[in-house]
Ligand binder design. Structure first.
Ligand code: PMP
Length: 338
């Protein structure tokens, strides 16, 4: 009989798929590492598994313990799946701007979700930050993975994503492109690829315009899961050779093209990373192999990126000319879900 012991053993070993249409006119091969094939639907299953197993080994997470993390998205799903299979409880803390769909996904996997008001200062006792810290202190046997500072976040990629890419491309990969959120993906995967290739593989970060990684001040952008207004310790900036800044409009238009032209229904940070990868590939020749990592599926973005109305509100469907600025639209939509 051929079966897996549980969903946990399906984490990683995701496929590489060549991009055939959005790459028109380019001579290099561009391959996508499609992370929505992970059981929780995103790249974050990899870090969830390693962070939990390392905490079990170190004794930080004890049998029957509770995992507490401020997350509303992909990391929560990964943690919830691994936790339920291993007998841990999960409590996630998220701000009230998070859509009920996302919260219901976490609850469906058996996690408890505590929703905090967005409209309070970080110092306020009810703020997202303070509530998660208080829960860790008050719940017996609580453990907080903290993906932004946990070394097992980048290490999971050093031990899985990196070796998978080297093996899948038979060592022919020349460039690796990934978005930077916590920095775990690019630091771990990039670090491994640099090491195994003797420094030959170039590592390129993709970043939303306005985020600190590409020299911005942290001003608002709409791509989710990438970009920051601070420098997390999970990100090793020595690994990246270059950072490409991509606008929301370019990111979302490419996200829609990936669905229409490549059969890849993926999230906005995937469109962003592909825009960066195509810019990198422009100057390259037929022997170059560019791999771009696509973190999650587009299913979570149907009412945003895949809604014409939402795209039009921000001027993202226009081909040229002036478009409304994100800040203005955010103010107009005050109180709305973003
Ligand atoms: N895209 C999405 C949708 C994500 O959730 C994340 C994780 N925050 C990333 C990209 C970036 O990955 P990393 O945190 O490893 O830099």
């Amino acid at each position: 009989m051929r079966f897996h012991d549980s969903m946990i053993s399906l984490v990683g070993n995701t496929p590489l798929v060549r991009l055939n249409n959005v790459t028109e006119g380019l001579r290099a091969t561009v391959l996508a590492k499609v992370e929505y094939f992970n059981p929780g639907g995103s790249v974050k299953d990899r870090i969830a598994l390693r962070m939990i197993e390392a905490a079990e080994a170190s004794g930080e997470l004890r049998p029957g313990g509770t995992i507490v993390e401020p997350t509303s998205g992909n990391t929560g799903v990964g943690l919830a799946i691994v936790a339920q299979q291993k007998g841990y409880k999960c409590v996630f803390v998220c701000p009230d701007k998070v859509s009920t769909d996302k919260i219901n996904v976490l609850r469906a996997y058996g996690a408890e979700v505590v929703v905090c008001p967005t409209a309070v200062d970080p110092e306020h006792p009810d703020s997202y930050y303070n509530v998660s810290d208080r829960l860790v202190r008050e719940i017996p046997d609580a453990w907080k993975p903290d993906q932004y500072s946990n070394p097992n976040n980048p290490l999971s990629h050093y031990h899985s994503t990196g070796p998978e890419l080297w093996e899948q491309t038979e060592g022919k990969i020349t460039h690796f492109v990934a978005g930077i959120g916590t920095g775990g993906t690019i630091s771990g995967t990039g670090g491994y690829l640099k090491e195994v290739s003797g420094g030959k593989v170039k590592i390129i970060g993709a970043d939303p315009e306005g985020s600190v990684y590409s020299g911005g001040s942290g001003r608002p952008y709409l791509v989710e899961g990438v970009g920051e207004d601070f420098w997390p310790t999970a990100y090793d900036r020595n690994v990246t050779d270059d950072i490409v800044a991509v606008s929301d409009k370019d990111s979302f238009q490419m996200t829609r093209r990936l669905a229409k032209e490549e059969g890849l229904l993926v999230g906005g940070s995937c469109g962003m990373a592909v825009v960066a990868a195509l810019r990198v590939a422009e100057g390259l020749g037929p022997d170059d192999v560019v791999v771009v990592l696509l973190p999650d599926s587009g299913r979570g973005y149907m009412s945003k990126i895949f809604s014409d109305e939402w795209m039009n509100d921000y001027g993202f469907l226009e081909q040229a000319g002036d478009q409304p600025r994100v800040g203005d639209v955010l103010r107009r939509k005050e109180g709305g879900e973003l």
